[in-house]
Design a protein around this ligand. Sequence first.
Ligand SMILES: CC(C)(COP(=O)(O)OP(=O)(O)OC[C@H]1O[C@@H](n2cnc3c(N)ncnc32)[C@H](O)[C@@H]1OP(=O)(O)O)[C@@H](O)C(=O)NCCC(=O)NCCS
Length: 133
Amino acid sequence: MNFHTRKWIKPEDLNPNGTLFGGTLLRWIDEEAVIYAIVQLGNPHVVTKYISEINFVSSARQGDIIELGIIATHFGNTSITLTCEVRNKITRKTILSIDKLVFVNLNEDGIPTPHGKTEITYAYMSIDKTNKD
Ligand SMILES: CC(C)(COP(=O)(O)OP(=O)(O)OC[C@H]1O[C@@H](n2cnc3c(N)ncnc32)[C@H](O)[C@@H]1OP(=O)(O)O)[C@@H](O)C(=O)NCCC(=O)NCCS
């Protein structure tokens, strides 16, 4: 799993307890994951179908730098399944994990349609040809 996106936790990202608001983190993850799915499937018409249990392992605080990691674990007929981990960039302590995020590939009429992919294809090839996530 590669951690491409980093976030710097700011005052507007906090809950009243002074730690990172879970809803904000989930919005970041959903966007990161759908971009990953769009890139892998080569189709901008992709929607979130299912998100499994979300484990908020530890909190993040103002000033922390966190990073979001996503990787595809299964290519279905019309779907792609991803797994996600968020961690503190400096300490590497896990902040959140989600076992499964399922996205569905749609046609222009919004109907699930086969994507024809069976493995990770977009992998920042120009940087490292062995890096497949
Ligand atoms: C996405 C949507 C078009 C799928 O419709 P559907 O009738 O469930 O479609 P299908 O039954 O053909 O399933 C499509 C794929 O999703 C998978 N799927 C369906 N329900 C699932 C579930 N509960 N968990 C995991 N995967 C599921 C199916 O296995 C299938 O994948 P496959 O083709 O790789 O085997 C429809 O559910 C929808 O529009 N949902 C709202 C999406 C949305 O607005 N997301 C943003 C929410 S904020």
